[in-house]
Design a protein around this ligand. Structure first.
Ligand SMILES: Nc1ncnc2c1ncn2[C@@H]1O[C@H](COP(=O)(O)OP(=O)(O)OP(=O)(O)O)[C@@H](O)[C@H]1O
Length: 630
């Protein structure tokens, strides 16, 4: 806890502090200051401030802080203190860390010394997060090295049934299936509609087909996703993709996806899961969708819980926002592949992998010229969107955003031929309120008819997505304004906080009540006239809860782009904040746009688009570096 006499206390004052520190950050800083007193008060305080900054940066989702950045932040904070400390150059800061008793160095001689902080290369970590990162890198590399024996003859036959006769050009979906069938680890990344689900469904069919061919038991394949919403969507997409498989190859495919927390065995009140190294998951193959949403600690715990022989297939879009919590695991894994290789189609894999893909996939890839990291050999990027045609504005807009071209983005927005994209340039918040009230009419009619199923379906039709929570373009104000305008039009009667027709989203997991972060509910009276919140279950049934039983929730007229990860809507309406916002970046805009299945409306002017495109979401982490060395 924070000592009331702490020299760090001014950092709690948002008007004075350049970094938004919490009591927890400062408590940690005080603890380190106390532990370092033997080196003298000045040194102890300097280390205390550095510790508080590392803790604050962890809260901002950085796994570690590079020493240059740490020196910059330290020097920024110093003037805010009542008795300023001397400024530090990076070299001085490094010397300080070298002598500190609370900092261990990540080298072999010090392996037994467990300290609250760890200095690894040029980065400072909190011990626990350093352990997560090192463990995860080790496990990923071990999995990536796991090669599996594939019966080429059987595989050829099955691949032909699944993909038809070889076509012109490289079929990356087919290559992904071959790679995933022959390795313990496969990471499949691709934008919306590039066929990730179709590909893993075919992969599962191939694997079970090979098992049947070899007269061995079918594999225990498990599907998982980070949120309930994403798990439901994966189950749905897999069911549809299964229907497109040849009938003979539909055997033994899982149909239901679980959330990661449920799969790992969440234990209320405990920070550990039921499944771990000593009680591994009972599966042979795990398919993890929306991997970009999984944070470092959860991914580390998941990999620890996999049995030794298990295969792991990760699916996700590397261009999307990183996880809400610490780290950016999928982004880091994909970063181990140089940018130039994402752009061209050739030269990614080593000679052995290239040979395998050419032989089974009828491709003509050329091997990499330079040495290839283990993980690089297990990565596939799906490049062609099957959802968006070349004429689709949503697809073109997403591509231009990815390429960071302001001119390209503006050209898409201005192009009258792209009827699925509407640009509200220099608009007022009142315009988005007006648009939403109009778009919510179907939903409100379903509510008026007490037709919950139609209401849930109508809610999928559109969603207002904001980059921020605060401000005139943020979730809080727009939720309130839309509610007010719907009331004025007589479409709702909000006599209390929750009222018939109020759509909401749960923002916390509650395993006892069985509702989870991201679950969407609608308020409506039951047959006894009692107001309840209704949820659509994975099997399509409806479940009602008394409002008093709900964990934390938010109204859903508007939601943040962050919260929309893993969901899709027919029409996504996106609002960017005016002026500078540190939250705005290219990944955020891309994630918002790619939530749209059919139509996008963007409320932003050119300056806002430019500032989003020029800033990147970068998280402090050395996972990519660890993975790039064999
Ligand atoms: N090779 C293909 N040829 C033709 N259509 C395809 C192909 N692969 C996928 N599709 C179609 O494209 C659509 C999107 O495919 P899929 O759901 O597998 O993509 P995804 O990458 O999982 O999408 P999402 O962005 O929803 O995660 C589906 O309608 C699917 O049938």
């Amino acid at each position: 806890m924070l000592d009331s006499a702490s020299f760090l206390k001014p950092l709690l004052d948002p008007k004075r502090s350049p970094l938004p520190c919490t009591g927890l950050d400062l408590g940690f800083g005080d603890f380190i200051t106390e532990s370092e007193m033997q080196g003298g008060e000045l040194q102890a305080q300097q280390l205390g401030l550095l510790a508080a900054i590392v803790s604050q940066q962890l809260g901002a989702q950085h796994v570690c802080v590079q020493l240059d950045e740490l020196a910059r932040l330290y020097n920024l904070c110093v003037p805010a203190l009542a008795e300023p400390l001397p400024m530090l150059f990076t070299s001085q800061l490094q010397e300080l860390l070298e002598v500190a008793v609370s900092v261990s160095k990540a080298d072999a001689e010090q392996a037994d010394r467990v300290c609250p902080l760890v200095l690894d290369g040029q980065a400072l970590y909190l011990q626990r997060y350093w352990q997560y990162e090192v463990a995860l890198a080790g496990q990923l590399k071990q999995l990536a090295a796991g090669q599996l024996c594939v019966d080429h003859e059987g595989a050829r036959d099955l691949l032909e049934q699944l993909f038809g006769a070889p076509q012109e050009g490289v079929d990356w979906q087919k290559l992904a299936v071959i790679l995933a069938a022959s390795r313990q680890l496969c990471v499949i990344t691709g934008g919306p509609g590039t066929g990730k689900t179709t590909t893993v469904t075919r992969l599962m069919a191939l694997i079970q087909g090979l098992a049947a061919h070899a007269k061995t038991a079918p594999l225990r394949i498990v599907l998982a996703a980070p949120t309930g919403k994403a798990a439901a969507r994966l189950s749905e997409s897999i069911a549809m993709a299964r229907e497109r498989l040849p009938v003979a190859l539909r055997q033994h495919l899982p149909s239901e996806a679980a959330t990661l927390h449920r799969l790992l065995g969440y234990q209320p009140g405990k920070s550990t899961f039921r499944h771990h190294q000593d009680n591994p998951l009972a599966l042979d193959m795990l398919i993890l969708d929306e991997a970009s949403m999984v944070d470092l600690p959860l991914m580390a715990k998941l990999l620890v819980a996999l049995p030794q022989h298990a295969r792991l297939v990760m699916l996700g879009d590397r261009q999307q926002l990183a996880s809400v919590e610490v780290g950016s695991v999928l982004g880091d894994i994909c970063q181990s592949l140089p940018d130039t290789l994402w752009l061209k189609e050739q030269g990614q894999y080593d000679a052995t992998t290239t040979r395998l893909l050419n032989q089974l996939g009828d491709a003509q890839l050329i091997p990499a010229e330079k040495s290839v990291s283990l993980v690089q050999n297990n990565l596939v990027m799906l490049r062609k969107s099957h959802r968006f045609t070349a004429a689709s504005g949503v697809g073109q807009l997403a591509m231009a955003i990815n390429q960071g071209q302001v001119a390209g983005v503006v050209a898409c927005l201005r192009n009258p031929a792209l009827s699925d994209v509407t640009w509200y340039n220099r608009a007022e918040p009142g315009q988005v309120v007006e648009l939403m009230c109009r778009l919510l009419q179907d939903y409100m009619s379903a509510i008026a008819k007490l037709d919950l199923r139609a209401a849930f379906a109508a809610l999928q039709g559109q969603q207002l997505l904001c980059a921020t929570r605060r401000g005139p373009w943020g979730v809080e104000q727009l939720n309130a304004r839309i509610e007010l305008e719907l009331t004025r039009r007589g479409m709702i009667k909000p006599t209390q906080e929750l009222y018939p027709g109020c759509p909401l989203m749960v923002s916390q997991n509650d395993y006892q009540v069985r509702v989870f972060n991201g679950d969407i509910g609608i308020c409506m009276a039951d047959s006894d006239g009692l107001l309840k919140v209704w949820f659509m279950q994975m099997d399509g049934s409806l479940r009602a809860l008394l409002p008093s039983r709900l964990p934390a929730w938010q109204k859903l007229y508007a939601m943040t782009i962050h919260k929309s990860q893993g969901s899709e809507f027919e029409h996504a309406i996106i609002c960017l904040p005016q002026g500078h916002s540190s939250l705005l970046n290219r990944e955020l805009l891309y994630t918002g746009i790619t939530r749209a299945r059919k139509q996008v409306s963007l409320f932003a002017d050119e300056g806002q688009i430019q500032s989003a495109l020029t800033s990147h979401c970068q998280r402090g982490s050395r996972l990519a570096v660890r993975l790039s060395v064999s």
